[in-house]
Each structure stands twice: as structure tokens, then as C-alpha cells.
Ligand binder design. Structure first.
Ligand SMILES: [Zn+2]
Length: 188
């Protein structure tokens, strides 16, 4: 159902989704060093649109891209948000500064790396989804569903395995896997 909608009406340059309930626009959130459950934001999100020309690469983040907050929120030191959009052919993923924040006192290079790889992972899954679409192995609603399921599962595993980046060995392993295209995590 929604696949047909986006094919007919791909947003042009709107930075905010007109349809707040559209399942094709979603903010995903992930979190940095913290010792509580992962916070998930279900808010509708601004989006960026545009067909991808080849694989996307993730924006390189600095702490300046994150809103500074004075204290941990729900036990978390940082939050990285991104938006994704599917125009009927391609997924795009964009860092969302409006939903990203960090506690200034907790800004370490290690935490920034952890946050960066949240975004890298989201971009990787989008690239895999685009490849599946191009190959015709998955299209339309099935593709969107696979994208959402795969993204949510991998992002959750990333945080649980790395203990939000505090397990250095696991953090390195995930970084290597993501850089290598996560061959052990096929899409879908
Ligand atoms: Zn995290």
C-alpha cells in the first residue's frame, strides 16, 4: 500500500514529511555510553530526499553536530538520530542534528566513534536495501519491511554487543564488520 503511495508522490525537496504518519519516513535513534535500556524515539521526523547515485557514505560526525546537553538523559551520554526515506526506488539516510545530542562532559573520541558507527550501520543497511531493489530480489512493501526489520535488529545488536560502546573489543569487531559491509549479516 505505502509503496504505491511513494511511487506516485515522491517528495521533492521537503525537509519535513507532510504525512506525519507515513511509514516511509522514520527517525531512528541510537545511543552512546550509558547503562540503561536503549531509548527509542518514535517521533515522526524530518526527511531528506533524493535518489542515491551509487552507494551512500555516511556523514562524518563531530561533536559539533550534536546539541550539547548538561546532563545524561535516561542514563545516556549521547544520542544519534537519522532519518531515512524511500522514494520507491532508493533509500536515503541522513543524519538528523535535530534529534542528536551529547553530554559535553562525556564527549570522548571513543563515544564519538560509537555514535558514528550507528550512522554508518544505518547507511550500510540502506545500501544493501538499494542493492536488493536494483537486483529485483526485493521490491515495494517487502523491501521496506526488510529494511526496517534489518536496521532495527542490527542497531539493537550493535548496542547490546558493544554495551553501548564500552566493550572495546566488541566495538572494534563491529566497526570492522560494518566497514567490510557486514558480510555475516546478509540483507534481508
Ligand atoms: Zn549506541
Amino acid at each position: 500500500m505505502f509503496a504505491r503511495q511513494v511511487v506516485k508522490s515522491p517528495p521533492k525537496s521537503a525537509r519535513r514529511c507532510a504525512n506525519k504518519r507515513s511509514p516511509l519516513h522514520m527517525r531512528s535513534s541510537a545511543h552512546g555510553i550509558g547503562n540503561q535500556a536503549v531509548l527509542r524515539q518514535a517521533n515522526p521526523a524530518p526527511t531528506q530526499t533524493g535518489a542515491a547515485a551509487g552507494p551512500m557514505t555516511a556523514q562524518v560526525l563531530t561533536w559539533g553536530d550534536f546539541a550539547a546537553v548538561p546532563n545524561k538523559i535516561n542514563g545516556m551520554s549521547a544520542n544519534t538520530s537519522w532519518t531515512w526515506h524511500f522514494d520507491g526506488t532508493n533509500f536515503t539516510v541522513a543524519f538528523d542534528p535535530g534529534g542528536s545530542w551529547s553530554v559535553v562532559a562525556d564527549q570522548t573520541p571513543d563515544l564519538l566513534r560509537h555514535e558514528q558507527y550507528h550512522l554508518n550501520l544505518a547507511v550500510l543497511v540502506a545500501n544493501k536495501a538499494n542493492a536488493a531493489q536494483a537486483a529485483g530480489t526485493l521490491t515495494g512493501a517487502a523491501l521496506v519491511s526488510a529494511f526496517k526489520t534489518t536496521l532495527a535488529g542490527l542497531e539493537s545488536s550493535y548496542d547490546s554487543d558493544t554495551q553501548h560502546g564500552t566493550n572495546a573489543r566488541m566495538q572494534t569487531m563491529w566497526e570492522n564488520d560494518i566497514d567490510a559491509g557486514v558480510p555475516s549479516f546478509p540483507f534481508p
